[in-house]
Design a protein around this ligand. Structure first.
Ligand code: ADP
Ligand code: MG
Length: 705
């Protein structure tokens, strides 16, 4: 009992901490999401300042940022008028002097500063009128103890203007944290990593690491604490993921797809428009194995743009139908759902299979009918957006759920598909965004993975070039040549975040420019953007698909979905503004036919180093896996599309790029432990078991309340 009341201290609401109170408590909740004592303990400093060092004034220079100096105040004066009024104190040590300046609170400062006293001064250097000064420094009267500076590293916490206005500066947050940690005994921060793992990786113990991450005695101390807490974070995540996988594999009964029947065979033998690639066949075999075991399939299919994932999806759905089940296919956008619907309906034209489309735009009577027919089992294949997840969508007998472009859906959404039948349906997840291995480990750790690593035959690698503004006329002439050969071209403009109007203007300007180069009636142009009504968008798209227009001017709405094999040129405007994965996706819109295709990356004449690097990667490789690794390196995993929503990447400390080695160690430890002791029954695993039990209890409580 004693220990549970003790650990409960950390669950106390933050306002009960001495020095906080209701008003500051409210602010801490709102501004930095600190609700409890535990949250504060987990609010880590983002850096430390070395207060052990004291600089000589003569050695100061503008590049030093924060410094600590020690000296005597030799003069205090108020200068300037009215709003420009400020307090200037001169600090002198045995090497020189420097002005300390206060713009705010100068009256109070004037009263409290002691002329001729010796101070330890800490602050940021700036340059004013060519001279170094320090504004609003921290002032401590020098004592014996501070003669050579303060003896520790001082934590720096991020704070906000609102918090500061309530006296919660970075320094004040540090004081609260110190206050909290001093109240806690190590029992309140119980260990959760088994001892053998701690020893193998020489990890600091848990309680100590919380003290040391906030108040380290040295840089090394801080680094060790940080390493331990990063390991813990990744280790616990991996334990959760691996357990999910083990549990699924052990307990999950899945529907048996025993027979390859009429539907599949008829389609395969009579209507399949092309021979499958070796990779498509292999993935299908893997799927057949999964669905024949009596376990629930949870498989991720990774395949670069154009690798033919849709056909794999379709054949799997036919397999489900052959075994008496319904199937559904969920896509992230309206356009993509429509395209899937049209494409699949077309493939199945000559077959007796009912396919329906359900999105947010299907309303009224039509919607009711689809819902009814789905429930009665009259619809065999239901395609749609996340509208499929809604509770109203009830299946007669769903045996297979396919999720396209999974990276846009979270794990929680995926789990909702499981509820759509008494026994969870088989799940197939498809993504064209190749995922770096470390990320896959984290985001898709609970899935089995298949890779379609082969493009359909006859595709020529896309030639990618970089062109700058002054080469525009030759780019336009190149497009003319391609059109003369009967090809079509895309010209894509970026979406400028937060400014739809600017986007629109940008696009319109581009459209006018393109029109000037390509006048009617020799040329026709389609324009598509996100703000168009759906039917207009569709009509414009359709005209391009049928070849009535030769040029498609668009924003990134065309990124997913459009499939026009005759298009051979992709011009990307303001390439600087796109991320690597997005560029790769866009480029994947061409090179879908047998003709040589081109991707032209347009930029201004001047380029930053980062943009240059991205463009080089694009020019050098067509390999989506290489591009995704590079993308993650350049932008960090948080920006890789979809990983944020997935929730599983909510890492506070660890960074799966920089901390790859820790992640791999954590993964290996988690796997080993669960392999040897799946129920965590061994004595050495008790710390972990107890910790997880408490966590579990907490999340159940939060569900009830
Ligand atoms: P993605 O993997 O990007 O979803 P799609 O499934 O849209 O790719 O396929 C891209 C194009 O390649 C489509 O036009 C599709 O019909 C075609 N395709 C798929 N598989 C093959 C194949 N084995 N041989 C020839 N063309 C194929
Ligand atoms: Mg696709």
């Amino acid at each position: 009992m004693e220990s549970s009341t003790r650990t409960a201290i950390l669950s106390n609401p933050i306002e009960y901490l001495k020095g906080v109170g209701p008003q500051r408590g409210e602010l801490l909740r709102k501004e930095v999401n600190i609700h409890t004592f535990r949250d504060l303990m987990n609010y880590f400093p983002f850096r430390y300042v070395d207060r052990t060092k004291v600089e000589k004034i003569i050695s100061l220079h503008a590049q030093m940022d924060f410094v600590q100096i020690r000296g005597r105040i030799t003069r205090i004066e108020t200068v300037g008028e009215k709003r420009a009024k400020r307090l200037v104190a001169t600090l002198r040590d045995d090497t020189g002097e420097i002005p300390l300046v206060w713009f705010q609170g100068h009256q109070w400062m004037e009263k409290s500063l002691q002329l001729h006293a010796v101070y330890l001064v800490f602050g940021r250097l700036s340059v004013f009128n060519g001279y170094l000064q320090m504004s609003h420094p921290e002032m401590d009267l020098a004592t014996e103890e501070t003669a050579t500076g303060k003896a520790t590293l001082e934590p720096v916490y991020s704070t906000t203007e609102k918090l500061k206005a309530r006296g919660l500066s970075a320094k004040a947050i540090g004081k609260l944290t110190k206050n909290l940690l001093e109240q806690l005994s190590p029992h309140e921060i119980p260990e959760n990593i088994p001892l053998p793992v701690l020893q193998q990786y020489r990890l600091m113990d848990r309680a100590k690491s919380f003290f040391k991450i906030h108040f380290p005695a040295s840089e090394d101390d801080a680094a060790q604490a940080r390493r331990r807490l990063k390991f813990e974070e990744l280790f616990l995540a991996q334990i959760r993921i691996c357990r999910l996988k083990i549990r699924r594999q052990a307990a999950s009964h899945g529907f048996l797809f025993t027979s390859v029947g009429d539907t599949f065979n008829t389609f395969y033998n009579e209507h399949l428009p092309f021979a499958l690639t070796g990779a498509q066949k292999r993935v299908l075999r893997e799927i057949r194995q999964d669905t024949a075991t009596g376990r629930q399939m949870n498989r991720l299919v990774q395949g670069d743009v154009g690798s033919g994932k849709t056909m794999v999806a379709l054949l799997t759905m036919l397999l489900a139908i052959d075994n008496g089940f319904q199937a559904c296919l969920m896509a992230p956008t309206e356009i993509l759902s429509q395209q899937h619907y049209k494409g699949i309906a077309e493939f199945l034209e000559k077959m007796d299979i009912r396919v329906a489309l359900l999105t947010g735009n299907v309303k009224g009577k039509a919607r009711k009918q689809i819902l009814k027919d789905t429930e009665e089992g009259k619809i065999h294949i239901l395609i749609g957006t996340h509208a499929l997840l809604e509770n109203q969508v009830v299946f007669h007998n769903l045996g297979l759920a396919i999720v396209d472009e999974q990276h846009r859906f979270g794990v929680a959404q995926r789990a909702r598909l499981w509820q759509k039948n008494t026994m969870p349906p088989h799940i197939l997840v498809m993504t064209a965004t190749p995922i770096p291995r470390t990320l896959a480990m984290t985001v898709y750790g609970d899935l089995d993975v298949s890779v379609i690593d082969e493009l359909p035959p006859g595709r020529k690698p896309i030639t990618t070039v970089h062109r700058t503004e002054w080469q525009r006329p030759s780019v336009m002439n190149f497009i003319k040549d391609e059109i003369k050969k009967g090809r079509q071209a895309y010209i894509v403009y970026p979406l400028i975040e937060d400014s739809e109007t600017l986007d629109y203007e940008n696009l319109m300007k581009g459209y006018e420019e393109v029109k000037a180069f390509f006048p009617e009636p020799q040329y026709y142009i389609s324009m598509v953007h996100g703000k168009q009504p759906l039917d207009l968008k569709d009509a414009n798209m359709q005209r391009f698909v049928t070849g009535d227009t030769q040029i498609m001017v668009a924003t990134t709405v065309i990124e997913v979905g459009v499939n026009v094999p005759n298009a051979s040129v992709m011009v990307i405007e303001s390439t600087e503004r796109f991320g690597l994965s997005q560029l790769h996706q866009l480029r994947g819109r061409v090179g879908r036919g047998a003709e040589q295709s081109y991707c032209i990356l347009m930029t201004g004449n001047k380029l930053g180093a980062d943009s240059k690097e991205r463009i080089n990667v694009m020019v050098q490789t067509n390999d989506g896996f290489i591009i995704s690794e590079k993308d993650m390196e350049l932008r960090g995993p948080g920006d890789i599309e979809g990983t944020r929503q997935s929730g599983i990447l909510d890492l506070k400390l660890a960074d799966i790029v920089a901390d790859k080695a820790i992640l791999e160690a954590a993964r290996a430890s988690a796997e080993k432990i669960l392999q040897e002791d799946p129920d965590l029954a061994l004595p050495e695993n008790q710390p972990l078991q107890r910790y997880l039990a408490v966590q579990q209890g907490k999340s159940q409580w939060s569900k009830i309340s």
